[in-house]
Design a protein around this ligand. Structure first.
Ligand code: ZN
Length: 496
C-alpha cells in the first residue's frame, strides 16, 4: 500500500493586510519542509499530519510526505505560494499511490480562488480521478461543494480550542484505511445553513457548540465513519462562509443524509445562541479591576482578552486599543502577549537588556478593508529580555509543534510587561510565556490577543476572564465587515 500524506493549512482572513507569500509557510527556510524534513518536523506531534504518519507506519504502508505547509492566518494566499504547494502534492500523486491523506484547513482563500482546498482537489482529480482521498479539516472550514464532491472522507475537529487535531487525523486516516483494507465504502452527505456563528460563541465548552459536537461523537459511536459540524469562519468575505455539516457512513447514503440534516437542523434551531454581544471596552476594564480587587491572594490572573486582534483568526496583533486602555487605566502587574512589531524589537535589541527605551509601539499596519488606520502608541520602559522566539508547544493544542515568534523582546513599563514579537503567534500554550521568562499564574492581570484558543493551555490558570472589544480585522462587528460576497440573506446579518 502506497500513500501520499500532505499538509496545506491556512485560514484566510480576507480583511487582513498581512500578506501570505510562500515564506509564511516556510518557518524561516525558503520553502516549507518536504520529504524526510517534513516527517521529522511532524512525527510524534499532536497534529493530523502526526496522526497520518503514525497510522501509515503502523499499517506498514509505504508513504511520502511531499510537503507540510502550514501558516498562521493572514490575508489571501499568494498564487505562487498556492501553486508551489499544490504542485508538490500533485507531483507526488502523479507518481502513483493507493490513497491520499490531506491535513487541510478548509478556509483557505487564494488571490485567484475563494475555495483554495477545492482548487487543490480539482488539480489532484485531474491526475487521479478515482484514488481514495481523506481530509482532516479545521472546525473553521467554510465548506464548498467543489471540495466536498472530490473527496471520499472528511473529518473535522470536534473541539475549539482545537485540542483534537491528532484524533481528527486518526478518524480521517482510519476511514481511508478501512476503504483500502476492508472494502468499506464511504458515503458522504453534506450541507450548509445560511448562518454565521460568531467566533466568540463557538467554543466547544460552551452551548450550543458543545451539544452539536457531542451529537457528532454520538453518531460516530453509532456507526458513522466521521461526523462533523463546521462552525465556519466569518472573517472571510466569500460566498460560502458559515456553518456546515458532513457525515460519512459506510455504504449508507440515506443514513448519512439523515444524520447530516439532523445536525444542520440542530444548529439552525440554536442560531440565536451563536450571536455575540459586544461590551464597551471601558466597562470591560472596570470589570477586570473589580475582579482583581476581589480575588484572593495566590489565585491566578484576571485575563483580559483582546479578541478583535487574535492572529489565529488573521489579526495583525499590532492594534494598541486594548493595551492602550490598560496603560491608561494604570493596571498594575500585567503581562501582555503580544504586540507584533519587528522594528520595535530591533530597537530593543540595539538598546540592549536593561536599557531604557521609548518605542512607537504597534499600529504599523493600516487595514483598508475595514477602513482603519494603524495607530502606534508611544510607550517607555526598560528592555527586560531578548530571545530568539522559538518554543515547542507543550499542549494540549498542537502538542510538540514548533512555534517561531522570531526575534522577541520584553518591554517592562514598571506596571506592564509587554512581549513584542516579529512573527505572528497566538498564545494558546503556556510555553509562549515560559519562553520569555514570564510566569502568567503569578501576574495580577494577563492580556492575551486571543479569542478561544487561549483556553487550551492557559484557562486553568485564570482566576477570571474579561472579554475586551478592541480594534482589528477580527472584529466582532459584522457591520464593520460589510460583506459584499457572502451569500444573502444570512443570519444574523439579515432578518430571517
Ligand atoms: Zn480553527
Amino acid at each position: 500500500m502506497k500513500l501520499v500524506i500532505a499538509q496545506m493549512k491556512h485560514e484566510t482572513n480576507t480583511y487582513s493586510p498581512v500578506p501570505t507569500p510562500l515564506a509564511r509557510f516556510a518557518h524561516g527556510s525558503d520553502t516549507p519542509p518536504e520529504g524526510s524534513a517534513a516527517i521529522a518536523a511532524y512525527r510524534g506531534t499532536g497534529t493530523a499530519l502526526g496522526a497520518f504518519i503514525e497510522l501509515a507506519e503502523a499499517a506498514g504502508a509505504q508513504f511520502t510526505v511531499p510537503i507540510a505547509a502550514g501558516a498562521w492566518p493572514s490575508g489571501p494566499v499568494h498564487d505562487r505560494a498556492f501553486d508551489h504547494i499544490a504542485q508538490r502534492i500533485c507531483d507526488a500523486v502523479a507518481r502513483g499511490c493507493d490513497g491520499v491523506l490531506l491535513d487541510l484547513h478548509g478556509a483557505m482563500v487564494t488571490q485567484s480562488h475563494d475555495d483554495g482546498e477545492g482548487e487543490l482537489l480539482r488539480r489532484i482529480r485531474a491526475i487521479a480521478p478515482n484514488v481514495p482521498i481523506a481530509a482532516a479539516m479545521d472546525m473553521h472550514t467554510n465548506l464548498y461543494d467543489a471540495f466536498a464532491q472530490r473527496v471520499d472522507v472528511i473529518a473535522g475537529y470536534q473541539t475549539y480550542p482545537h485540542i483534537d487535531m491528532f484524533e481528527t487525523g486518526q478518524r480521517a486516516g482510519r476511514a481511508l484505511l478501512a476503504q483500502l483494507q476492508r472494502n468499506a465504502k464511504p458515503t458522504m452527505a453534506w450541507g450548509r445553513q445560511p448562518m454565521l456563528p460568531h467566533v466568540m460563541r463557538q467554543g466547544s465548552d460552551d452551548s450550543p457548540n458543545r451539544e452539536l459536537q457531542a451529537r457528532c461523537r454520538e453518531m460516530e459511536a453509532q456507526g458513522a465513519l466521521c461526523a462533523t459540524v463546521f462552525v465556519g469562519f466569518p472573517n472571510a468575505d466569500i460566498e460560502y462562509a458559515g456553518l456546515s455539516a458532513v457525515v460519512v457512513t459506510d455504504n449508507d447514503p440515506a443514513l448519512a443524509r439523515r444524520w447530516c440534516d439532523e445536525l444542520l437542523e440542530m444548529a439552525w434551531s440554536q442560531r440565536a445562541e451563536f450571536v455575540y454581544e459586544v461590551k464597551p471596552l471601558a466597562e470591560s476594564i472596570a470589570q477586570a479591576k473589580a475582579f482583581a480587587a476581589a480575588k484572593p491572594a495566590g489565585s491566578g490572573p484576571v485575563v483580559l482578552l483582546d479578541h478583535s486582534d487574535n492572529c489565529a483568526s488573521g489579526g495583525t496583533m499590532d492594534t494598541m486599543t486594548v493595551l492602550g486602555a490598560i496603560l491608561d487605566a494604570g493596571l498594575d502587574d500585567v503581562a501582555a502577549f503580544a504586540i507584533f512589531d519587528p522594528p520595535a524589537v530591533q530597537q530593543m535589541i540595539a538598546a540592549g537588556i536593561g536599557a531604557p527605551v521609548t518605542l512607537s509601539l504597534g499600529g504599523k499596519l493600516d487595514m483598508p478593508a475595514i477602513r482603519l488606520k494603524g495607530e502606534p502608541r508611544s510607550v517607555s520602559g526598560t528592555v527586560r529580555l531578548i530571545c530568539d522566539g522559538l518554543y515547542r508547544n507543550q499542549g494540549p493544542m498542537a502538542r510538540g509543534e514548533m512555534n517561531d515568534m522570531g526575534p522577541t523582546a520584553v518591554l517592562d513599563t514598571g506596571r506592564v510587561k509587554i512581549v513584542v514579537i516579529s512573527n505572528h503567534v497566538e498564545p494558546h500554550d503556556l510555553a509562549a510565556f515560559t519562553a520569555v521568562g514570564i510566569a502568567p499564574e503569578r501576574q495580577r492581570y494577563v492580556m492575551l490577543k486571543s479569542r478561544i484558543h487561549w483556553r487550551a493551555g492557559l484557562r486553568p490558570l485564570a482566576h477570571a476572564v474579561v472579554e475586551c472589544a478592541g480594534t482589528g480585522v477580527c472584529t466582532s462587528d459584522y457591520a464593520t465587515l460589510a460583506f459584499k460576497n457572502v451569500r444573502r440573506p444570512i443570519y444574523p446579518v439579515d432578518p430571517m
